[in-house]
Design a protein around this ligand. Structure first.
Ligand code: GCW
Length: 718
C-alpha cells in the first residue's frame, strides 16, 4: 500500500513537472538539469555558491535567479553567503555595494560601461577563486546574471571569463497593441495579458514572469497600450492600474510607456480642441503629465500614432507633426520623459505611391523636433512585409534620432500557425547600407546613434505576447521575442547564434537536434517569403485580417488597401514600377543605395517586383522566364514547408510530447496554408500571364473561384 502510494506520488510529481515545464510557459528560462555528466561536473567544480549582499529588490531578484537556476541546472544545493569563505563563489553586485568587487581592480573596465553594461570575470580575491558579475547599477548586475546563466544553459566554459557587454541601443522596447477590452490588434496568442479589470488590486503572477523574461534578454521598456489609442488609459482609474504594473516591472529595469491619443484633451478633458498650439491644450497635457508622474515617478513617456489610418493628430488643426510632438515633448521634459512619434503615415487623399509618403512628410521636419523626441520608423516603407527593402527615411534625417520599429507578431507572416524565425529579417534591415554618409552607413548605425551621434536611440517591436499558456501561440514564435531582445542588445549577433542559444535553452542541447534545427529556424522566414511574396511581391494578403492570399481584391475604398495596388499585374507583366518611369520612390534613396535597384538587370531578384513592372517573359538569372520563376518559387517554397515538417518529425526523441505534437500539427497547418498561397496566387496571376504552370508541377486541385470565395470574418487580431 505504502509502496503504491509512493509510486503514485512519484508519478504525479513527475507528471506535474513535465506539464509545468513543457507547456512552453517557462520560455527559455527552464533551467532543466544538465544531462551531460562531464559538463555538469565541470560546472560543479567551478561553482560552489553565491555571494550577494542584499541591497535592493533588483539585487534580490538576481540572487534568487542565480540560486534557483544553479540548484536546478547543476542538481546541487548552492550555498548563499555574504562572506568570501570558500573558493568558487559567484560574487555579484555593484562596486558601491560590495567592497570585494570595489577592490577587484575592475574600475577601468567599469568606467567604460554605461549604466546597463556588465562584466563577468574570474578573479582571485584574498586567495579565493571566484567569478565576479558586476556593473555600475543593480540592473546591470541583473543583466549580467542572466547572461551568466545563459552561458551555463548553453554549455559554455567558465574558465578565463572576460565578458564585457553593453547594449548597442538605449531603448529596447516592446510595443503592445493591447486594447481596453483585452483584445490585441494583430495578436495571435490569445487575449491581452493585462487584465485591466482586476488591476490594480490583483497582480497576476504572470506580470512578474513577463518582466523576468524581458529582463533576461535586456528589454527595458514596454508600451502597454495600442497605438490606435484610447484616451481612457489616461484617466485616473487607469493610471492607477498602469502604476501597479510599473511597480512590478521596476525592479526588473523595465519602464512603462503609454500611447497618447492626440484628441484626449477633448475626449477626457472636455476641451473644444486638441490643437497643439492652443494654450489650454498645452496646459491640459502639462497637468495630465504631472498627474502621471505623481502616480509613476519613472514613467517612460508616450508613443504616438497621429494622423495615420484615421487617428487624430496635429494636422487636424493644420499643424505639423513637429507641432504635435514638440508640444508633448515640452510638457514631459521636466520629468525626463520622452515622446516617440511614429512615422507610419499615409493618406488616401494622397495619390502618391504610399511608399513615398512618410519620407515626403517627415524629411522636411528634420532638425525641428525637440531633443526628447524620437521618430519611430518601421523597417520598411510599406508595412512589415515578409520582405521589404529598408525604409528610405533611414539615413535621410540625420538631425533626428530614428528608432526602429519591427513587428514580432506575424501579422503578414502567417500569423499564429507559421514558423518564421525573424532574426534574419531584422538583420537584413539592420545590415542594409543607406550610403547616407558613404559606404558603410548601415541602418544599424543610424539606429544605434553612432552615425549621427544621437545619445537617444532605440529599437522597438510590436509584441507577439498574449494569454496563451506558452505566451506566443506558436511555440517556435517565442524565438522572435527572444531574438528581438538579443539583437536590440547586440545587433552584431548572428541569426544562427541567436537560434542556437534559444534552441538550447528552450528545447535541447543535443547535437542531433541542433544540427537540424538551427538551419531550419534560420531558413524558415525565407521559405515564407518564397511561398507568399516571392521576387519582391508584397501586400497581397487577405484585406483587413491579412490572413492568407487575396491578390485579387480591388474593391476597397482606399486604393492602397487593395492588393492590386501593389502587384499591378496585367497582361504585360507584374510588379510596381518605382523607378523614374513609375512612382520614382527610388529617388528617396541615396544614389549609391538605389543604383543596383534602378536597373532591372542589376536589381536583386528578391526585390525585383518591388521596384519594377516586369514582362512575364523576362529572363531571370536562372534562365527561367519571370512566370516560370514565379511558379518555381511558389512550388519550392511550399515543398520546403513539407521538408520542415519531415525534419521536425525526426526531432521527436529530443522534445517533450506536448510541444512536439503542437509543433507537428502546426507544421501540417502551415503546409496546407502554403499550398493555398501557392495555388491561389498562381491561378490568379495566370489570368494575366496566360502561361501554363510548368508540367513537372502538380496542378492546383481547386479553382480560383474557390479560393476567391473563402471568407474569414472571425480571423484573430483585427
Ligand atoms: O500594419 C498595420 C496594421 C494595423 C496597425 C498599423 C500601424 C495598429 O494592419 O493594425 O495599427 O499597421 O502600425 O499603426
Amino acid at each position: 500500500m505504502i509502496i503504491r502510494k509512493f509510486v503514485f506520488t512519484l508519478m504525479y510529481c513527475s507528471l506535474l513537472f513535465v506539464c509545468k515545464a513543457e507547456n512552453g510557459y517557462e520560455l527559455w528560462l527552464r533551467y532543466l538539469p544538465i544531462n551531460d555528466k562531464t559538463l555538469i561536473q565541470k560546472y560543479r567544480n567551478n561553482i560552489s555558491g553565491v555571494l550577494i549582499i542584499s541591497t535592493s529588490a533588483t539585487i534580490d531578484i538576481a540572487k534568487r535567479e542565480l540560486t534557483t537556476a544553479l540548484n536546478s541546472l547543476l542538481r546541487a544545493q548552492m550555498v548563499t553567503t555574504e562572506k568570501l569563505d570558500r573558493n568558487n563563489l559567484i560574487v555579484a553586485g555593484t562596486p558601491s555595494a560590495n567592497s570585494l568587487i570595489k577592490n577587484a581592480g575592475l574600475e577601468p573596465m567599469l568606467n567604460q560601461l554605461d549604466d546597463e553594461g556588465f562584466i563577468i570575470v574570474n578573479k582571485i580575491i584574498n586567495t579565493k577563486k571566484c567569478i565576479i558579475i558586476t556593473g555600475n547599477t543593480d540592473v546591470a548586475v541583473l543583466y549580467g546574471t542572466f547572461h551568466f546563466l545563459r552561458m551555463i544553459q548553453t554549455g559554455q566554459s567558465l574558465s578565463s571569463l572576460q565578458v564585457v557587454s553593453a547594449p548597442h541601443v538605449k531603448l529596447r522596447m516592446l510595443n503592445h497593441w493591447d486594447n481596453l477590452d483585452r483584445t490585441v490588434e494583430r495578436g495571435y496568442a490569445g487575449s491581452s495579458i493585462w487584465n485591466w479589470h482586476t488591476l490594480p488590486g490583483y497582480i497576476d503572477p504572470r506580470y512578474i514572469d513577463y518582466a523576468r523574461a524581458n529582463a533576461s534578454i535586456g528589454i527595458n521598456g514596454t508600451v502597454l497600450t495600442n497605438v490606435n489609442a484610447n484616451a481612457v488609459f489616461l484617466t485616473p482609474a487607469y493610471l492607477q492600474k498602469v502604476s501597479a504594473l510599473a511597480d512590478v516591472f521596476r525592479p526588473y529595469g523595465i519602464k512603462v510607456y503609454l500611447t497618447a491619443r492626440f484628441s484626449a484633451p477633448i475626449e477626457i478633458g472636455k476641451l473644444k480642441t486638441a490643437d497643439p498650439l492652443d494654450p489650454q491644450v498645452q496646459e491640459w497635457w502639462k497637468q495630465k503629465i504631472q498627474e502621471i508622474y505623481r502616480e509613476i515617478p519613472d514613467f517612460g513617456g508616450f508613443l504616438v500614432k497621429a494622423n495615420s489610418e484615421g487617428q487624430p493628430g496635429p494636422q487636424d488643426y493644420k499643424r505639423t507633426h513637429t507641432d504635435g510632438a514638440n508640444m508633448l515633448a515640452d510638457a514631459i521634459a521636466p520629468y525626463n520623459g520622452i515622446v516617440i512619434w511614429r512615422a507610419f503615415v499615409y493618406s488616401n487623399e494622397n495619390p502618391v505611391d504610399r511608399h513615398k509618403q512618410a519620407y515626403h512628410d517627415f524629411v522636411p521636419l528634420d532638425g525641428q523636433f525637440k531633443s526628447n523626441v524620437l521618430l519611430q520608423v518601421k523597417n520598411g516603407a510599406i508595412d512589415f512585409m515578409p520582405r521589404e527593402p529598408f525604409h528610405p527615411l533611414f539615413g535621410a534625417m540625420p538631425k533626428t534620432p530614428l528608432m526602429m520599429e519591427f513587428q514580432v507578431t506575424q501579422e503578414y507572416l502567417g500569423q499564429g500557425t507559421t514558423l518564421a524565425f525573424l532574426a534574419p529579417l531584422f538583420k537584413e534591415t539592420m545590415e542594409s547600407d543607406t550610403y547616407s554618409k558613404g559606404k558603410g552607413s548601415t541602418v544599424a548605425k543610424v539606429i544605434d546613434g553612432s552615425l549621427d551621434r544621437h545619445v537617444l536611440n532605440g529599437i522597438a517591436a510590436v509584441s507577439n505576447i498574449g494569454s496563451d499558456i506558452n505566451w506566443t501561440g506558436h511555440p517556435l514564435s517565442q524565438a522572435n521575442w527572444y531574438a528581438l531582445g538579443r539583437l536590440a542588445w547586440d545587433h552584431s549577433l548572428t541569426s544562427e547564434k541567436i537560434a542556437e542559444e534559444w534552441l538550447r535553452m528552450t528545447f535541447s542541447s543535443r547535437d542531433e537536434f541542433l544540427k537540424i534545427m538551427i538551419p531550419l529556424m534560420c531558413e524558415s522566414r525565407e521559405t515564407v517569403v518564397q511561398y507568399m511574396n516571392p521576387l519582391g511581391l508584397h501586400h497581397i494578403m487577405g484585406t483587413s485580417h491579412h490572413y492568407g492570399p487575396a491578390p485579387w481584391v480591388n474593391t476597397l475604398s482606399r486604393p492602397e488597401w487593395n492588393p492590386v495596388y501593389y502587384h499591378k499585374a496585367d497582361s504585360a507583366g507584374i510588379g510596381f514600377d518605382r523607378t523614374a518611369t513609375g512612382s520614382n520612390a527610388l529617388s528617396q534613396y541615396f544614389p549609391e543605395a538605389r543604383k543596383r535597384w534602378e536597373d532591372v538587370s542589376t536589381c536583386e531578384e528578391k526585390n525585383l517586383l518591388w521596384f519594377h513592372h516586369v514582362p512575364w517573359t523576362f529572363k531571370l538569372r536562372s534562365g527561367r522566364t519571370l512566370w516560370d520563376e514565379l511558379c518555381y518559387n511558389y512550388y519550392t517554397g511550399a515543398s520546403k514547408v513539407k521538408q520542415m515538417q519531415v525534419s521536425w518529425k525526426k526531432m521527436q526523441p529530443f522534445v517533450d510530447s506536448q510541444r512536439f505534437n503542437q509543433i507537428d500539427m502546426l507544421f501540417q497547418v502551415q503546409y496546407e496554408e502554403a499550398l493555398w498561397w501557392r495555388n491561389a496566387c498562381l491561378l490568379y496571376f495566370q489570368t494575366f500571364s496566360s502561361m501554363p504552370i510548368p508540367s513537372q508541377y502538380e496542378k492546383p486541385d481547386k479553382t480560383l473561384e474557390y479560393y476567391k470565395s473563402l471568407r474569414f470574418p472571425f480571423a484573430p487580431g483585427i
